[in-house]
Design a protein. Structure first.
Length: 332
């Protein structure tokens, strides 16, 4: 008798982001055995069957109702437009809550992007590690302090409950589940068929923009502006304090109050930001970028870059320029 296929049920809601539904069907639908047999059964359901509006100019007709969840091995909840509306966060639609209550004990549950707000509101993430889109992480943590929010990763997997950071990281999440179920070879084949990497390095920290805009009337602003103009050379604390007309002790205290970081932590952050810009926009070799950003050596740049973003300069350049060999990275 053939093994029972793993049943993946996708629960969609009005305002669905169609790409997220497509990700699930495309990836799990490509997973096949060595003999070419499908490894998953895929079902889409909704709390109220029928025409489901999306966040685009077309709708999706979903025939299956919430009873489909009762036979699920894995349940995936994509994001919907309401997840981006502050007044809707922290609450859960009664029909959605009743649908989630149908999930059998032991089934794997996952969300894509801000679909994590639904899992959180249903209590499925209590005491677990989870993530969501980086733009929503602060609000996510404020609403659900009982959840261990990790704002840097692409996805989390905590005891059978999984979350992903954004739309595209839903791909990473699905590949992770396929890899867990059937091994790296199957997941790699799916990734190749979808023309995506089987595993992306680092987390969503590398995609967050952190523009430098010193607050108006900030007492340490003159020192920060000076530092930004001279990131390529050594910067001493006494030198920066003098620019702000303060003692070193007062400058340290004021800087922490205004920036939330020590002066040296802030300088490293700005140097990493400068290196990011140069990696994205130039073909300069890493050692030269290290000099221009103030790290001095390529080794120092790589250490700080990996600590801050979870990837190497070479991997970052490859991601954002699509040129893995653009700019010789000596010693990578």
């Amino acid at each position: 008798m053939a093994n029972k296929r793993h049943r993946v049920v996708v629960l969609v809601r009005p305002g669905l982001l169609p790409m997220e539904l497509g990700i699930v069907h495309r990836l799990f639908g490509q997973a096949v055995s060595a003999s070419g047999d499908p490894l998953y059964d895929l079902v889409t359901c909704t709390p109220r069957p029928g025409v489901v509006p999306t966040d685009t100019d077309f709708t999706v007709n979903v025939a299956e109702g919430p009873e489909a969840l009762e036979r699920a091995d894995t349940v995936i909840v994509p994001a919907a437009q309401e997840d981006y509306e502050p007044q809707a966060r922290g609450r859960i639609d009664a029909d959605v809550a009743r649908a989630l209550a149908r999930i059998p004990r032991g089934a794997r549950v996952a969300s894509i992007c801000t679909g994590s707000f639904v899992l959180a509101a249903a209590g499925l993430l209590d005491g677990r590690r989870a993530t969501t889109h980086w733009k929503s992480c602060d609000e996510f943590l404020a609403l659900y302090p009982e959840i261990e929010v990790d704002a840097d990763v692409l996805y989390t997997d905590d005891r059978g409950v999984l979350t992903s950071a954004g739309v595209a990281s839903g791909i990473d999440l699905c590949l992770h589940m396929i890899r867990t179920d059937h091994g790296a070879e199957v997941a790699n084949t799916v990734a190749r068929g979808t023309v995506v990497p089987p595993h992306r390095e680092g987390g969503q920290a590398q995609f967050i923009e952190r523009p430098v805009t010193p607050p108006e009337q900030c007492s340490t602003a003159p020192a920060r502006e000076y530092a930004l103009r001279h990131l390529d050379r050594p910067l001493k604390l006494a030198e920066l304090a003098d620019r702000a007309s303060m003692s070193v002790r007062t400058f340290n205290r004021r800087f922490r109050q205004e920036a939330g970081l020590t002066p040296m932590q802030w300088i490293i952050q700005q140097r990493v930001s400068r290196a990011r810009q140069l990696l994205e926009k130039t073909d300069l070799p890493v050692d030269r970028i290290a000099t221009d950003a103030g790290f001095g050596t390529g080794t120092a740049l790589r250490q700080h870059f990996h600590t801050a973003l979870g990837v190497s300069p070479r991997a970052y350049r490859c991601t954002f320029r699509g040129t893995p060999d653009g700019g010789a990275e000596t010693g990578a």
